[in-house]
Ligand binder design. Structure first.
Ligand code: FES
Length: 320
């Protein structure tokens, strides 16, 4: 189970190459016992090396206890996360993870669900498909990948009880098999959409869903690998509880600027996708640059993500 810091020691019990540049890791408790139950869509932090923590979605059937499974794509631009896992994580080794968290929650009572995965973004959707199948719900899983060699988990998906609901769309395949967002059910059907994949894929699916009239609350999204944009003028952050303030120049994050004056915030992805660093805003106008909060949450300006967001007002007062 998790220690006081919420961390868990696990052992790598299996490592498989499941596609070109993609491995699957199976993790079980290092000291025996059990792992916390994880809902479909959940992710964990994986401590890859000192100072390098990355988030990975769980792709196992959430109803089967005993281990977690991850799919890890070796990113071409890896800054040590996925490349470190590919190079160093071997069966038998012990690694530290967080307890599962879920920012990508299934609306289990929906009449219909469409799961849309781009590349390795399919992982949380596989867990969701297992869950929806057990609930006897109506759903489809659309998995868009570059080519056959990059299609992880294809054999597993073909062997599941929901194989007939899985549609694989290859970028290099015939036009007739490519995913066409115009074929999504009408918004009036009450269908919920779940989208996970690279930024361009997400934007493409989401903008088409919006054109079809899908409301924000029925387009569930999980981003990974967001680009951080630290451009813009300097501003001042006042850390009200700590009684300190700091000028945040262009090119530096609020979190880094605060750290330099001795205020260390909890950070994880540092890309605006996980929500770990969320802080309350007391006054000022944040320039939200994260992918974590919904449009409604951003508009309320109650909280902001200091790992990547900035300020539209000259002074931003935070409850830190
Ligand atoms: Fe993940 Fe800020 S650390 S959103």
């Amino acid at each position: 189970m998790a220690n006081n810091a919420g961390l868990i020691e696990v052992k790598i019990v299996k490592r498989d190459v499941v596609a070109e540049d993609i491995i699957a890791l199976e993790l079980a408790p290092a000291g025996g016992g059990s792992l916390p139950l994880a809902d479909a869509g959940a992710h964990i932090d994986v401590h890859v090396a000192p100072g390098i923590v990355r988030q990975y979605s769980l792709c196992n059937d959430p109803a089967v206890p005993g281990s977690y499974r991850l799919g890890v794509l070796k990113e071409a631009e890896s800054r040590g996360g996925s490349a470190g896992i590919h190079a160093n994580f071997q069966p038998g080794q012990t690694v530290t993870i967080s307890a599962p968290r879920n920012n990508f929650v299934l609306a289990e009572t929906a009449p219909n669900s469409i799961l849309l995965g781009g590349g390795i973004g399919v992982t949380p959707l596989i867990a969701m498909a297992y869950r929806l199948q057990r609930l006897g719900k109506n759903f489809e899983l659309h998995y868009c990948t570059r080519n056959q060699a990059r299609t992880a988990f294809a054999a597993e998906l073909a062997a599941t009880p929901f194989a007939a609901r899985v549609h694989i769309h290859l970028d290099d395949g015939a036009l007739s098999q490519k995913f066409d967002p115009a074929t999504l059910p009408p918004a009036a059907s009450g269908t919920h959409l779940y989208v996970c994949g690279p930024g361009g894929f997400m934007e493409w699916v989401i903008s088409n869903a919006e054109k079809l009239g899908y409301p924000d609350e029925r387009i569930h999204r999980e981003y990974f690998n967001a680009e951080i944009d630290t451009s813009g003028g300097a501003f001042t952050v006042e850390a009200r509880r700590s009684g300190k303030s700091v000028v945040v120049p262009e090119g530096k994050s609020i979190a880094d600027a605060l750290s330099e004056i001795g205020i260390d915030l909890p950070l994880s992805c540092e890309q605006g996708v996980c929500g770990t660093c969320l802080v309350d805003v007391i006054s000022g106008l944040p320039d939200h640059r994260d992918m974590y909060q919904t449009d409604g949450e951003k508009a309320s300006n109650k909280q902001m993500t200091p790992c990547c967001s900035r300020s539209l007002s000259p002074v931003l007062v935070l409850d830190v």
